[in-house]
Every structure is written in structure tokens, then in C-alpha cells.
Design a binder for this molecule. Structure first.
Ligand code: NI
Length: 172
């Protein structure tokens, strides 16, 4: 059984602070949390989810960029870091913690991450296009950064103002 968590939204403080390293591996608790993160991400129809987005300030993220008609491609990155990037891509990006808002964000076209799995084993993985974007977006989350921080101050303020209005109207 997996649990579907409520996804926390901007500007919850847990989304805006760096998350702590995971130091204990190979436990049922960690495996269950990962299952629950995938279940929560699929339920929200996202391609990536970071633990701070469910209120847990730990450096864990799950990613699955396979499209609906493809078999799932589940990736778990614990304590991940980007060790190489190449090129540039600009495209629309959204975030489950900023629902209803999308904006153009420039990211590296290719990224290589080094991360640990649920057992604590280190591995490296490279991705391009959407997967590279997911690596960068999710690792930003673990550093307390949202895609909003990649926008111009003007665009960011427009979105923040709209969110404040939604909050005031009880719709956020
Ligand atoms: Ni996000």
C-alpha cells in the first residue's frame, strides 16, 4: 500500500530551504517513502517530485519522464548532485508546488548526476532534454529553489502577485 501525500505549495518554508542529506539507507522506512513519493507523483501527473514537496526536508527525488504509452522509467536520486552539463535548452516548465503556472526556463540540454540509491550505492546517470530538465528542476528543489528563481524579476513578481490574490480568495 502506498500513501498519497498532499503536495505543499509555494511559499511554504520547506520549499524554500535546503534539504538535509540522507544518511540512513536500506531501511523499510526509506523504501516506503520512495514508493509513496512515486504514488503521489503519478497521482498528480507529474514527471518529478522532491521530498520537500511533501513536507519532508530530505535530499530525495523521484523522476519518471516516460510518457503514458511507454513503460515506466522510475529513477530515484538520493543526495544527488549535477557533475556535468552541456548545451542549453529553453522551454516551458511547471511545478506541482506552483500549480497552474508555467514559464519558459533555460536549462542545460544535457546533465549528468551522481546520486545514491535506496541502498546507499552511488551511481551516475546522464539525460538530455526532458530528463536533463527534470534533474535540474528536482535538484533545485533540494536546494530550496523553485523554477520561479530562474525567471526575470518582472515575470516572477507577476506570478507571485497572482498567487497572493489566489491565497486571499482561498483558492490556493
Ligand atoms: Ni517542481
Amino acid at each position: 500500500m502506498s500513501k498519497i501525500y498532499t503536495i505543499v505549495k509555494f511559499p511554504e518554508p520547506v520549499l524554500l530551504a535546503p534539504a538535509a542529506e540522507v544518511t540512513v539507507f536500506g531501511t523499510d522506512k526509506l523504501r516506503q517513502l520512495i514508493e509513496d513519493m512515486f504514488a503521489t507523483m503519478y497521482a498528480a501527473r507529474g514527471v518529478g517530485l522532491a521530498a520537500p514537496q511533501i513536507g519532508i526536508a530530505r535530499r530525495i527525488t523521484v523522476i519518471d519522464c516516460a510518457l503514458d504509452e511507454q513503460p515506466p522509467e522510475r529513477l530515484v536520486l538520493i543526495n544527488p548532485e549535477i557533475i556535468a552539463t552541456e548545451g542549453e535548452q529553453t522551454g516551458e516548465e511547471g511545478c506541482l508546488s506552483v500549480p497552474g503556472f508555467r514559464a519558459e526556463v533555460t536549462r542545460a540540454m544535457r546533465a549528468t548526476v551522481r546520486a545514491q540509491d535506496a541502498e546507499g550505492q552511488w551511481f551516475e546517470r546522464s539525460g538530455t532534454e526532458l530528463l536533463a530538465r527534470a534533474f535540474q528542476h528536482e535538484i533545485d528543489h533540494l536546494n530550496g529553489k523553485l523554477f520561479l528563481s530562474h525567471l526575470s524579476a518582472l515575470k516572477r513578481d507577476v506570478i507571485k502577485r497572482k498567487i497572493r490574490k489566489l491565497q486571499k480568495d482561498g483558492e490556493w
